[in-house]
Ligand binder design. Sequence first.
Ligand code: FES
Ligand SMILES: [Fe+2]
Length: 407
Amino acid sequence: MNKTRSPIVQALLAEISTFDEAAAYRRMLPAGCYTEPEFFAFEQAEVFSRTWICVGRVEQVAERGDCFSWEVAGEPILVTRGEDGEVHALSAICRHRGEIIPCPEKGRALRCPLHFWTYDMQGRLAGAPRMGDAAAIATLRETVRLTQLRVELWHGFIFVNLDPDAKPLGPSLAKLEPLWAGYEATGVIDVPPAMSDTPLPWNWKVQVENFTDAYHPEFVHHGTHDFAPSIMPGDGVRFTDMKPGDNAIVRSVPMKTPDGGMMKDGWGPDAAFPAIATLTPEQRSRVTFAMLPPGMTMMFAPGTIAYTLIRPAGVTATYAGSDRVTYGGWLLPRSTIDLPDFRDRCAAVREGGSKIWAQDVPVNVGMQAAKNSRYLPEGIYGSLETTLQQFNVWLLEAYKRADQATR
Ligand code: FES
Ligand SMILES: [Fe+2]
C-alpha cells in the first residue's frame, strides 16, 4: 500500500482489495467511499485524473480564438480553438508564477491577469513584459508553453484526459457507435446545458447510480416514468455486456408506443421534441440510458440525445448540468429547433424533466445520509440492478489500477 496515502484511504483500499469481481456484483462499496473527504481526494487524483472527462462540445469553440474554461479533477483548464484550427485543452496555470489564466474576450490573446504574460490559443508564450531584451524574450517564447492536455473528440463532444499515457477514448465507447447513425443522418445541433450553480448535496457516485438504476423508476417515478417502464409484458429493460476497457454502462427500456419522449408531465406518447425519422424502428420505440463514468450521462430518445456533465466539487458536493437539473444538454435536429413553438417545447421538456428530478432528489438525499449509518447493509442486488453492479466493477478496476500504479 502506498505510504503517502492517508490511513483512511489505505483502509478503504485494503477493504476493496478483498473484493473480486464477484464481490462487486454482490455488494455495495464501503460507505467511506461516499463520505470521506480523503477518499474523494484520492478519486480526484487517481480516477478523474486518469479517465476521459467530457468538458463540452465543439460548438463551444467553433471558431479560431474561441475559448471556454472548465475544471478536470480540480485542475483549471482552457479549451480553445487554436490558430491551427484544432481543439486544444491547456492547463490554465501560467508558466511564470502560476496564476490562473481566464478565457479572453473574443479576438484577444490569452493573458495572465497578474503580470500580463500572453499566450496564443495553442498555449505558446507570445509576450512577457519586462522580462529582458528581445533575445531573452525570444528564448522564453521558444521554451515556454502552457501544459498541453490530451484531447479526443467523440461525435462533437470534447473529452480531456490529464494522463498523458491514457489509452484512447474511442474504442472504450464502441458499444454506443450504432446508436449515432440515425441522429447524424439528420444532423444534430447542441443546445448546451446550463451547469447548476449550487452543488447537489451528495457524492458524484450517488448521482450516477440514481441515473443508471432501472429498479427505482416504477416506484419513485410513479406517474412520470410509467410510459418507459423497466418491466412490460413481453418486453422490458435490456442491459449490455461490459468488456474489459469498456467505458459505457448502458441500459435501454421500451416505450409503450413508438416515438414517445419527454412531455411536461414526464415520459409520454406526445413527445415535445418530435421523433427523428432517420432513427431505426428499434430506436424509435426505446430510450437508451448510457453512463460514461465518471463524468457524463446520456439519454438517446427518439427526438433528442440529452446529456449531463457531472463535475464533483467535494465528497458531497456535485455540480451537474442538463435537463435533469437545469435547462439544455440536448442535441436536436435543425427541424426541431426551427419549429415556431420551439421555446414552448423546451419549456415542456424542462418541466417534465424537473418533475422526474424532484422525485429523485429526496431519495438521493436519503442514500447519501444513510452512508453515515452504522446499520448500512452490504446490499442485495436484484436482476434490475445490473448496471449498478457494472458500475461497481468499473470503480473497483479504477481503484485497483490506481493503487497498483503507486505501490
Ligand atoms: S503569474 Fe502569470 S504573468 Fe506572472
Ligand atoms: Fe430517477
